[in-house]
Design a binder for this molecule. Structure first.
Ligand SMILES: [Zn+2]
Length: 227
C-alpha cells in the first residue's frame, strides 16, 4: 500500500525527503544543488562591484533561510493516544517487556483520522526530529466492527513501522499464511473469524504468540502450525 511522499524542505542546497509509508518503505531522496558563480572577466569595475553586492545579498538570504530551518528545535517528547487505543499500546509494552525488547512508547502520537489515499486502515509517519505519528481509520471495517485481535493487529502493525522501524514482509508459509504481522494486506493473522463457521482454520488466536515473537524478532523460526 504505497503512500505519497511528504516533503520537507530544509535548505536550498539540501532537500531531504524522508518518509515511512504505511507499507514501511522508506522514501528518501537527497538533492544536492551545487551552484557555482562565475564572473565575466571583461566586466567593468562598477558592474563587478554591483554583481558582488547582489551576490552577497543573495548569499545572506540563503544563509538566513537555512538558519531558520536548521536551528528549528526537535519536537519535545510527547505522548498522546486515544483511550480506546491505549490498551493495545499497553499490551505492546508488555509484549516487548516479555521479550526483553527495550523499545519505548514514550514518544508517540496516535490519532483517529483520515488515512490518506491508498492506505486502508492506518499509517505511520516518521520525520527526523519529530514524534512518530500513527493515524488510524476509525471506520467500521478498520475499527468499529473489528474484533480485539484485529484492532491489536492493526495497532501492533503500525507500531512495528513507527517504533520497531520494520518494513513490510510479504512472504508466506507453504501452507498459505503470512509469515508476519508486517504483511501489507492482513492485520487479522491471529484473529478469529467474524462468523465462526470454519472451525480451527477460522480461529487463529493460537497463532498470536508466533506473530508477536516475529514482530520483535523477524528471525523467529517457523512455528509447528505452519509446517
Ligand atoms: Zn504497513
Amino acid at each position: 500500500m504505497a503512500r505519497d511522499e511528504a516533503q520537507k524542505t530544509e535548505c536550498p542546497s539540501t532537500v531531504k525527503i524522508n518518509r515511512l509509508a504505511r507499507n514501511g518503505t522508506f522514501i528518501q531522496r537527497i538533492h544536492n544543488q551545487d551552484e557555482s558563480v562565475f564572473f565575466v572577466p571583461s566586466m567593468t569595475s562598477r558592474s563587478f562591484m554591483r554583481t558582488i553586492s547582489q551576490f552577497l545579498l543573495l548569499l545572506l538570504l540563503i544563509l538566513l533561510s537555512c538558519q531558520s530551518s536548521q536551528t528549528a528545535e526537535p519536537e519535545p517528547i510527547q505522548y498522546s493516544v486515544p483511550a480506546e487505543v491505549e490498551l493495545y499500546v499497553k499490551s505492546f509494552r508488555e509484549e516487548a517487556g516479555k521479550r526483553n525488547n527495550p523499545v519505548s512508547t514514550a514518544n508517540l502520537i496516535i490519532t483517529f483520522g483520515t488515512v490518506l489515499k491508498e492506505d486502508i486502515c492506518g499509517e505511520c509517519l516518521l520525520e527526523n526530529g519529530k514524534t512518530p505519528r500513527i493515524v488510524l481509520n476509525s471506520d467500521s471495517f478498520c475499527w468499529q466492527k473489528a474484533n480485539k485481535e484485529e484492532r491489536e493487529g492493526l495497532v501492533f502493525h503500525e507500531l512495528g513501522h513507527c517504533l520497531l522501524k520494520r518494513i513490510h514482509r510479504t512472504s508466506k508459509f507453504t501452507m498459505g499464511a503470512y509469515e508476519s504481522l508486517m504483511n501489507p494486506d492482513n492485520v487479522g493473522v491471529y484473529a478469529p473469524c467474524h462468523y465462526p463457521i470454519g472451525g480451527e482454520e477460522c480461529d487463529k488466536r493460537s497463532r498470536r504468540d508466533y506473530y508477536i515473537d516475529e514482530l520483535f524478532a523477524p528471525a523467529t523460526p517457523t512455528p509447528a502450525w505452519a509446517k
